[in-house]
Design a protein around this ligand. Structure first.
Ligand code: ZN
Length: 232
């Protein structure tokens, strides 16, 4: 029996089916995996913190000795807190308060002074103009005449190696030291810690030797802050 000729309608249907199947060949059988949001890309460097500094009135009568820009070749980093010995145990003095609070404490303290204080929230207060010396490194350490040649910066922190330095505080410090280093043409190595300048010991504490100055403590990221000077 002669097969019947397909009707024109069924031929069009077969053609469309072929087209559809042909098209399907390019469609993957399994839908593509959804693209995960790019959550693991490294964070971009935050922009440098804007320097906002609380300064004393221009007619404020400052202490210290006058000096010139050529005298300055060091920036010394401190922390407010530090080790003392109480009842034969090492105790770190607390360091609560803002940069302005500690600047005002230094103003009333008499014996000690500092150029800048950087608070935990990135707040900065200036106690003494840079072209006047401040008393922040006592005599008898590894280097002499440090106060004559340095700018001193206090970080509000216990300095005990337990309390971290908040990013916002480090951001403000980096902006401050980069700006200072640029004005005096200082290399990154000009930034040093108080602990690196004074390795003298206190009297033994509970039978163990105790350094006089450990600040700003082991959690201070020295090379990271120096890199802010290098990057400028
Ligand atoms: Zn210090």
């Amino acid at each position: 029996m002669k097969p019947s000729r397909p009707s024109s309608r069924s031929r069009i249907g077969a053609f469309l089916l072929a087209l559809w199947l042909g098209g399907c060949a390019t469609v993957p059988a399994v839908p593509p995996e959804p693209v995960a949001p790019d959550v693991v890309s490294p964070p971009k460097d935050p922009p440098p913190a804007k320097l906002v500094i609380d300064r004393l009135p221009p007619d404020f009568l400052h202490g210290g000795e006058a000096r010139t820009t050529g005298d300055i070749d060091l920036i010394v980093i401190h922390s407010i807190g530090g080790p003392t010995c109480r009842n034969d145990a090492v105790y770190f003095t607390p360091a609560n308060g803002s940069a302005v609070f500690w600047r005002d404490w230094f103003l009333g303290e008499g014996g000690k002074s500092i150029h800048y204080v950087v608070g935990r929230e990135g707040d900065i207060a200036q106690q003494r103009p840079e072209l006047r010396t401040a008393g922040h490194v006592s005599f008898g350490g590894i280097m002499t005449e440090v106060n004559r040649r340095s700018i001193g910066i206090e970080l509000v922190n216990r300095g005990d190696g337990i309390e971290p330095f908040p990013e916002v505080q480090l951001g403000a410090l980096k902006a401050l030291v980069a700006e200072i280093a640029a004005r005096y043409d200082l290399p990154p190595e000009a930034l040093v810690t108080h602990a690196a300048l004074d390795d003298r010991m206190q009297a033994d504490c509970g039978g163990a030797p105790l350094r006089r100055n450990l600040d700003p403590g082991p959690l201070f990221p020295l090379e990271d802050v120096r890199a802010a000077i290098k990057a400028q």
